[in-house]
Design a protein around this ligand. Structure first.
Ligand SMILES: Nc1ncnc2c1ncn2[C@@H]1O[C@H](COP(=O)(O)OP(=O)(O)O)[C@@H](O)[C@H]1O
Ligand SMILES: [Mg+2]
Length: 379
Protein backbone atom coordinates (compact mmCIF):
# COMPACT_ATOMS: atom_id res chain seq x y z
CA UNK A 1 0.00 0.00 0.00
CA UNK A 2 1.26 3.49 -0.75
CA UNK A 3 -0.03 6.77 0.54
CA UNK A 4 0.55 10.40 -0.40
CA UNK A 5 0.68 11.44 3.22
CA UNK A 6 4.09 11.71 4.87
CA UNK A 7 4.31 9.42 7.87
CA UNK A 8 6.97 10.99 10.09
CA UNK A 9 8.46 8.85 12.81
CA UNK A 10 7.10 10.18 16.10
CA UNK A 11 8.79 8.39 18.92
CA UNK A 12 7.69 9.71 22.32
CA UNK A 13 11.18 9.08 23.66
CA UNK A 14 14.53 10.22 22.27
CA UNK A 15 15.01 8.88 18.75
CA UNK A 16 17.25 5.83 18.73
CA UNK A 17 19.99 6.02 16.10
CA UNK A 18 21.93 3.01 14.86
CA UNK A 19 25.32 4.19 13.64
CA UNK A 20 26.38 1.52 11.17
CA UNK A 21 30.00 1.53 9.99
CA UNK A 22 32.97 -0.51 8.80
CA UNK A 23 31.68 -2.82 6.12
CA UNK A 24 32.90 -5.14 3.40
CA UNK A 25 34.35 -2.59 0.98
CA UNK A 26 37.97 -1.50 0.68
CA UNK A 27 36.94 1.72 2.43
CA UNK A 28 36.34 -0.11 5.73
CA UNK A 29 38.91 1.93 7.65
CA UNK A 30 37.70 5.23 6.24
CA UNK A 31 34.20 4.35 7.39
CA UNK A 32 35.51 3.63 10.90
CA UNK A 33 37.16 7.07 10.94
CA UNK A 34 33.87 8.67 9.93
CA UNK A 35 32.06 6.80 12.70
CA UNK A 36 34.62 8.06 15.21
CA UNK A 37 33.84 11.63 14.17
CA UNK A 38 30.07 11.16 14.35
CA UNK A 39 30.15 9.29 17.69
CA UNK A 40 32.13 12.19 19.14
CA UNK A 41 29.89 14.95 17.83
CA UNK A 42 26.33 13.62 17.87
CA UNK A 43 24.02 15.33 20.37
CA UNK A 44 23.52 12.68 23.06
CA UNK A 45 20.93 14.74 24.89
CA UNK A 46 18.75 14.42 21.81
CA UNK A 47 19.55 10.94 20.46
CA UNK A 48 20.21 7.48 21.88
CA UNK A 49 23.04 5.75 20.07
CA UNK A 50 23.50 2.11 19.12
CA UNK A 51 26.90 1.64 17.43
CA UNK A 52 26.89 -1.30 15.04
CA UNK A 53 30.03 -2.35 13.20
CA UNK A 54 30.16 -4.52 10.11
CA UNK A 55 33.38 -6.53 9.98
CA UNK A 56 35.35 -6.91 6.76
CA UNK A 57 33.83 -10.35 6.29
CA UNK A 58 30.32 -8.95 6.64
CA UNK A 59 29.35 -9.80 10.23
CA UNK A 60 27.17 -7.27 12.05
CA UNK A 61 28.36 -6.80 15.61
CA UNK A 62 27.52 -4.55 18.51
CA UNK A 63 30.59 -2.38 19.10
CA UNK A 64 31.92 -0.19 21.87
CA UNK A 65 30.65 3.37 21.92
CA UNK A 66 34.25 4.60 21.95
CA UNK A 67 35.31 6.99 19.18
CA UNK A 68 39.02 6.70 20.00
CA UNK A 69 38.93 3.01 18.95
CA UNK A 70 38.09 3.92 15.38
CA UNK A 71 40.28 6.87 14.44
CA UNK A 72 42.43 6.61 11.31
CA UNK A 73 46.00 7.80 11.72
CA UNK A 74 49.23 7.29 9.76
CA UNK A 75 50.24 4.63 12.30
CA UNK A 76 46.96 2.78 12.70
CA UNK A 77 44.20 1.42 10.52
CA UNK A 78 40.99 1.02 12.53
CA UNK A 79 38.88 -2.08 12.05
CA UNK A 80 35.65 -3.63 13.25
CA UNK A 81 36.49 -7.01 14.71
CA UNK A 82 34.14 -9.95 14.31
CA UNK A 83 32.74 -11.03 17.64
CA UNK A 84 30.56 -13.77 18.99
CA UNK A 85 27.60 -11.41 19.52
CA UNK A 86 25.86 -10.77 16.20
CA UNK A 87 23.30 -8.05 15.69
CA UNK A 88 20.28 -8.87 13.56
CA UNK A 89 18.24 -6.07 12.06
CA UNK A 90 14.50 -6.60 11.62
CA UNK A 91 13.82 -8.46 8.40
CA UNK A 92 10.14 -7.69 8.02
CA UNK A 93 7.77 -4.78 8.56
CA UNK A 94 6.29 -6.67 11.55
CA UNK A 95 9.53 -6.87 13.48
CA UNK A 96 10.84 -3.64 14.93
CA UNK A 97 13.47 -4.77 17.38
CA UNK A 98 17.16 -5.36 16.98
CA UNK A 99 18.21 -8.75 18.25
CA UNK A 100 21.59 -9.89 19.55
CA UNK A 101 22.43 -13.51 18.88
CA UNK A 102 25.21 -15.30 20.71
CA UNK A 103 25.93 -19.03 20.57
CA UNK A 104 24.49 -20.82 23.60
CA UNK A 105 22.52 -17.76 24.75
CA UNK A 106 18.85 -16.93 24.32
CA UNK A 107 18.27 -14.14 21.73
CA UNK A 108 18.43 -10.75 23.40
CA UNK A 109 16.04 -8.02 22.22
CA UNK A 110 17.73 -4.62 21.96
CA UNK A 111 14.59 -2.67 21.17
CA UNK A 112 13.51 -0.54 18.27
CA UNK A 113 15.70 1.69 16.15
CA UNK A 114 14.10 4.83 14.71
CA UNK A 115 16.74 5.65 12.16
CA UNK A 116 19.89 4.09 10.77
CA UNK A 117 22.87 6.30 9.94
CA UNK A 118 24.78 4.19 7.41
CA UNK A 119 28.28 5.63 7.57
CA UNK A 120 29.47 3.18 4.97
CA UNK A 121 31.48 3.96 1.89
CA UNK A 122 31.68 1.84 -1.21
CA UNK A 123 29.93 -1.40 -2.22
CA UNK A 124 27.64 -3.09 0.36
CA UNK A 125 26.82 0.16 2.11
CA UNK A 126 26.83 3.19 -0.18
CA UNK A 127 25.59 1.34 -3.24
CA UNK A 128 21.93 0.64 -2.49
CA UNK A 129 22.35 -2.87 -1.08
CA UNK A 130 22.04 -1.83 2.56
CA UNK A 131 19.37 0.71 1.58
CA UNK A 132 17.29 -2.05 -0.04
CA UNK A 133 17.64 -4.17 3.06
CA UNK A 134 16.34 -1.32 5.24
CA UNK A 135 13.49 -0.59 2.82
CA UNK A 136 12.27 -4.18 3.22
CA UNK A 137 11.51 -3.56 6.88
CA UNK A 138 10.44 0.11 6.68
CA UNK A 139 13.42 1.30 8.71
CA UNK A 140 14.30 4.95 8.06
CA UNK A 141 17.87 5.82 7.20
CA UNK A 142 20.05 8.81 6.44
CA UNK A 143 20.88 9.50 2.81
CA UNK A 144 19.90 8.31 -0.61
CA UNK A 145 17.62 5.42 -1.44
CA UNK A 146 18.28 2.34 -3.55
CA UNK A 147 18.47 3.74 -7.07
CA UNK A 148 20.38 6.94 -6.29
CA UNK A 149 22.83 5.02 -4.13
CA UNK A 150 23.40 2.35 -6.79
CA UNK A 151 23.73 4.76 -9.69
CA UNK A 152 25.86 7.16 -7.64
CA UNK A 153 28.23 4.33 -6.77
CA UNK A 154 28.72 3.24 -10.36
CA UNK A 155 30.92 5.72 -12.22
CA UNK A 156 29.53 4.43 -15.52
CA UNK A 157 25.79 4.76 -14.84
CA UNK A 158 26.37 7.99 -12.97
CA UNK A 159 27.75 9.50 -16.19
CA UNK A 160 24.92 8.03 -18.28
CA UNK A 161 22.33 9.68 -16.02
CA UNK A 162 24.24 12.98 -15.88
CA UNK A 163 24.63 13.12 -19.65
CA UNK A 164 20.93 12.33 -20.04
CA UNK A 165 20.19 15.42 -17.94
CA UNK A 166 22.55 17.68 -19.86
CA UNK A 167 25.16 17.69 -17.09
CA UNK A 168 28.61 17.84 -18.71
CA UNK A 169 31.01 14.93 -18.10
CA UNK A 170 34.40 14.08 -19.63
CA UNK A 171 35.04 11.48 -22.37
CA UNK A 172 35.33 7.87 -21.21
CA UNK A 173 35.15 4.18 -22.16
CA UNK A 174 33.85 1.23 -20.17
CA UNK A 175 35.52 -2.20 -20.02
CA UNK A 176 33.09 -4.77 -18.71
CA UNK A 177 34.22 -8.07 -17.25
CA UNK A 178 32.93 -9.98 -20.28
CA UNK A 179 34.63 -7.63 -22.73
CA UNK A 180 37.94 -8.04 -20.89
CA UNK A 181 37.75 -11.80 -20.60
CA UNK A 182 36.50 -12.43 -24.12
CA UNK A 183 38.78 -10.12 -26.15
CA UNK A 184 41.32 -8.10 -24.23
CA UNK A 185 42.84 -6.53 -27.36
CA UNK A 186 39.44 -5.27 -28.49
CA UNK A 187 38.75 -3.90 -25.00
CA UNK A 188 42.04 -1.99 -25.05
CA UNK A 189 41.33 -0.80 -28.59
CA UNK A 190 38.00 0.66 -27.42
CA UNK A 191 40.04 3.25 -25.49
CA UNK A 192 42.00 4.43 -28.54
CA UNK A 193 39.96 7.56 -29.09
CA UNK A 194 40.81 8.92 -25.63
CA UNK A 195 43.62 11.46 -25.21
CA UNK A 196 46.39 10.65 -22.72
CA UNK A 197 46.91 10.83 -19.83
CA UNK A 198 44.07 8.48 -18.95
CA UNK A 199 42.58 7.69 -15.54
CA UNK A 200 41.74 4.02 -15.14
CA UNK A 201 39.31 3.29 -12.31
CA UNK A 202 37.21 0.56 -10.79
CA UNK A 203 33.60 1.50 -11.66
CA UNK A 204 32.43 1.00 -8.08
CA UNK A 205 35.08 1.95 -5.54
CA UNK A 206 36.15 5.13 -3.81
CA UNK A 207 38.93 6.82 -1.84
CA UNK A 208 41.01 6.58 -5.05
CA UNK A 209 41.48 2.84 -4.50
CA UNK A 210 42.57 1.00 -7.63
CA UNK A 211 42.97 4.20 -9.69
CA UNK A 212 45.99 4.67 -11.96
CA UNK A 213 47.00 7.67 -13.99
CA UNK A 214 48.23 6.23 -17.28
CA UNK A 215 50.68 8.23 -19.38
CA UNK A 216 51.12 5.89 -22.35
CA UNK A 217 49.34 2.95 -24.05
CA UNK A 218 51.98 0.47 -22.81
CA UNK A 219 50.77 1.03 -19.21
CA UNK A 220 47.07 0.63 -19.94
CA UNK A 221 46.72 -3.14 -19.59
CA UNK A 222 48.38 -3.24 -16.16
CA UNK A 223 46.20 -0.35 -15.00
CA UNK A 224 43.05 -2.21 -16.04
CA UNK A 225 44.24 -5.25 -14.06
CA UNK A 226 44.84 -3.04 -11.02
CA UNK A 227 41.35 -1.58 -11.24
CA UNK A 228 39.92 -5.09 -11.68
CA UNK A 229 41.28 -6.05 -8.26
CA UNK A 230 38.48 -3.82 -6.90
CA UNK A 231 35.75 -4.26 -9.49
CA UNK A 232 35.40 -6.44 -12.60
CA UNK A 233 33.96 -3.39 -14.34
CA UNK A 234 36.48 -0.70 -15.24
CA UNK A 235 36.22 2.87 -16.43
CA UNK A 236 38.84 4.51 -18.60
CA UNK A 237 38.61 8.28 -18.63
CA UNK A 238 40.39 11.03 -20.45
CA UNK A 239 42.49 13.01 -17.98
CA UNK A 240 41.02 16.46 -17.42
CA UNK A 241 43.51 19.29 -16.98
CA UNK A 242 42.00 21.62 -14.44
CA UNK A 243 41.27 22.40 -10.82
CA UNK A 244 39.18 20.18 -8.51
CA UNK A 245 36.21 22.13 -7.18
CA UNK A 246 33.59 20.47 -4.97
CA UNK A 247 30.19 21.33 -3.60
CA UNK A 248 28.18 19.86 -0.72
CA UNK A 249 24.46 19.29 -1.26
CA UNK A 250 21.85 18.85 1.46
CA UNK A 251 18.25 17.88 0.75
CA UNK A 252 15.65 20.57 1.41
CA UNK A 253 12.87 20.13 3.97
CA UNK A 254 9.39 19.39 2.64
CA UNK A 255 9.19 20.56 -0.94
CA UNK A 256 12.20 22.89 -0.72
CA UNK A 257 14.93 22.57 -3.34
CA UNK A 258 18.27 21.01 -2.35
CA UNK A 259 20.68 23.37 -0.63
CA UNK A 260 24.22 23.83 -1.90
CA UNK A 261 27.26 24.93 0.08
CA UNK A 262 30.01 27.34 -0.78
CA UNK A 263 32.33 25.56 -3.18
CA UNK A 264 35.67 24.16 -2.00
CA UNK A 265 38.93 23.43 -3.76
CA UNK A 266 41.32 20.53 -3.40
CA UNK A 267 44.86 21.32 -4.48
CA UNK A 268 47.26 18.41 -4.24
CA UNK A 269 51.01 19.02 -4.14
CA UNK A 270 53.12 17.77 -7.07
CA UNK A 271 54.56 14.83 -5.15
CA UNK A 272 51.23 13.06 -5.80
CA UNK A 273 50.22 12.34 -9.40
CA UNK A 274 46.62 13.06 -8.39
CA UNK A 275 44.37 13.09 -5.29
CA UNK A 276 45.31 9.54 -4.29
CA UNK A 277 44.56 7.52 -1.12
CA UNK A 278 47.68 8.75 0.65
CA UNK A 279 46.90 12.39 -0.05
CA UNK A 280 43.30 11.86 1.07
CA UNK A 281 43.96 10.26 4.44
CA UNK A 282 47.61 9.98 5.40
CA UNK A 283 49.58 12.90 4.01
CA UNK A 284 47.28 15.78 4.80
CA UNK A 285 50.16 18.27 4.61
CA UNK A 286 50.38 17.53 0.87
CA UNK A 287 46.88 18.80 0.21
CA UNK A 288 45.45 22.29 0.44
CA UNK A 289 41.72 22.31 1.05
CA UNK A 290 40.10 25.69 0.79
CA UNK A 291 36.54 26.88 1.12
CA UNK A 292 35.31 29.12 -0.35
CA UNK A 293 37.45 28.32 -3.36
CA UNK A 294 39.16 31.21 -5.07
CA UNK A 295 37.22 31.05 -8.34
CA UNK A 296 35.19 33.70 -10.20
CA UNK A 297 31.62 34.04 -8.86
CA UNK A 298 30.12 32.76 -12.11
CA UNK A 299 32.18 29.56 -11.78
CA UNK A 300 31.10 29.08 -8.19
CA UNK A 301 27.48 29.58 -9.27
CA UNK A 302 27.91 27.08 -12.09
CA UNK A 303 29.41 24.44 -9.77
CA UNK A 304 26.51 24.94 -7.34
CA UNK A 305 23.95 24.74 -10.12
CA UNK A 306 25.49 21.53 -11.49
CA UNK A 307 25.79 20.05 -8.00
CA UNK A 308 22.07 20.55 -7.34
CA UNK A 309 21.25 19.26 -10.84
CA UNK A 310 23.41 16.16 -10.30
CA UNK A 311 21.70 15.52 -6.93
CA UNK A 312 18.26 15.77 -8.53
CA UNK A 313 19.16 13.85 -11.68
CA UNK A 314 19.75 10.71 -9.59
CA UNK A 315 16.91 11.43 -7.16
CA UNK A 316 19.31 11.71 -4.22
CA UNK A 317 18.09 12.18 -0.65
CA UNK A 318 19.83 13.53 2.42
CA UNK A 319 23.30 14.43 1.31
CA UNK A 320 25.81 14.19 -1.50
CA UNK A 321 29.11 15.74 -2.44
CA UNK A 322 29.53 16.64 -6.08
CA UNK A 323 33.10 16.87 -7.41
CA UNK A 324 33.83 18.96 -10.48
CA UNK A 325 36.74 19.93 -12.67
CA UNK A 326 37.17 23.60 -13.57
CA UNK A 327 39.13 23.19 -16.77
CA UNK A 328 41.98 25.32 -18.03
CA UNK A 329 39.71 26.56 -20.81
CA UNK A 330 37.05 27.73 -18.35
CA UNK A 331 34.48 24.90 -18.43
CA UNK A 332 32.97 23.04 -15.49
CA UNK A 333 32.59 19.24 -15.80
CA UNK A 334 31.20 16.90 -13.18
CA UNK A 335 33.69 14.19 -12.16
CA UNK A 336 31.54 12.28 -9.69
CA UNK A 337 28.88 12.32 -7.01
CA UNK A 338 29.34 10.67 -3.62
CA UNK A 339 26.12 9.78 -1.84
CA UNK A 340 27.98 9.06 1.41
CA UNK A 341 30.98 11.36 1.23
CA UNK A 342 33.85 11.31 3.72
CA UNK A 343 32.27 12.61 6.90
CA UNK A 344 34.95 13.10 9.55
CA UNK A 345 35.01 16.61 11.06
CA UNK A 346 37.92 17.48 8.75
CA UNK A 347 36.42 15.95 5.59
CA UNK A 348 35.50 18.25 2.77
CA UNK A 349 31.73 17.75 3.06
CA UNK A 350 31.42 19.00 6.68
CA UNK A 351 34.06 21.65 6.04
CA UNK A 352 32.12 23.11 3.15
CA UNK A 353 28.98 23.27 5.32
CA UNK A 354 30.96 24.84 8.16
CA UNK A 355 32.09 27.54 5.74
CA UNK A 356 28.42 28.02 4.79
CA UNK A 357 27.26 28.38 8.40
CA UNK A 358 26.35 24.84 9.52
CA UNK A 359 28.61 23.23 12.13
CA UNK A 360 29.45 19.51 12.19
CA UNK A 361 27.07 18.68 15.08
CA UNK A 362 24.33 20.76 13.41
CA UNK A 363 24.91 18.92 10.15
CA UNK A 364 24.55 15.51 11.85
CA UNK A 365 21.35 16.73 13.49
CA UNK A 366 20.02 18.06 10.20
CA UNK A 367 20.64 14.74 8.42
CA UNK A 368 18.89 12.80 11.18
CA UNK A 369 15.94 15.21 11.10
CA UNK A 370 15.61 14.81 7.34
CA UNK A 371 15.71 11.03 7.69
CA UNK A 372 13.13 11.01 10.49
CA UNK A 373 10.83 13.33 8.53
CA UNK A 374 10.74 11.24 5.41
CA UNK A 375 8.10 8.68 4.71
CA UNK A 376 8.91 5.05 4.15
CA UNK A 377 8.00 3.14 1.02
CA UNK A 378 8.05 4.62 -2.47
CA UNK A 379 8.87 8.31 -2.40
N1 LIG B 1 39.35 12.12 -15.59
C1 LIG B 1 40.19 12.62 -14.67
N2 LIG B 1 41.02 13.66 -14.97
C2 LIG B 1 41.88 14.15 -14.05
N3 LIG B 1 41.99 13.69 -12.80
C3 LIG B 1 41.20 12.67 -12.43
C4 LIG B 1 40.24 12.09 -13.35
N4 LIG B 1 39.60 11.11 -12.72
C5 LIG B 1 40.10 11.08 -11.46
N5 LIG B 1 41.08 11.99 -11.29
C6 LIG B 1 41.85 12.20 -10.05
O1 LIG B 1 41.71 11.04 -9.23
C7 LIG B 1 40.99 11.36 -8.02
C8 LIG B 1 40.05 10.22 -7.64
O2 LIG B 1 39.15 9.95 -8.69
P1 LIG B 1 37.59 9.82 -8.46
O3 LIG B 1 36.96 9.58 -9.78
O4 LIG B 1 37.13 11.00 -7.72
O5 LIG B 1 37.48 8.49 -7.63
P2 LIG B 1 37.10 8.19 -6.10
O6 LIG B 1 35.68 7.77 -6.15
O7 LIG B 1 38.01 7.09 -5.70
O8 LIG B 1 37.29 9.46 -5.33
C9 LIG B 1 40.29 12.66 -8.33
O9 LIG B 1 40.03 13.39 -7.15
C10 LIG B 1 41.33 13.34 -9.23
O10 LIG B 1 42.40 13.84 -8.46
MG1 LIG C 1 36.52 11.33 -5.76
Amino acid sequence: MTTDQPQPAQPSRRPRVAIVFGGRSSEHAVSCATAAGVLRAIDRSKYDIVPIGISRDGQWVLTEDDPSRFELTAGRTPEVESSAAHVVLPLSTRETSLTVLEAGQPPQELGQVDVVFPLLHGPFGEDGTLQGFLEMSDVRYVGSGVLASAAGMDKHYMKVVFAGHGIPVGPYAVITDRAWRSDRAAALASCEGLRYPLFVKPARAGSSMGITKVESPTELEAAVETAREHDPKVLVEEGIAGREIECAVLEGHGTDAPRTSQVGEIAVHDNHAFYDFEAKYLAEADVDLSCPADVPPEISDEVRRLAAAAFESLGCEGLARVDCFYTEDGRVLVNEINTMPGFTPTSMYPRMWAATGLTYPELIDELLELALERRTGLR
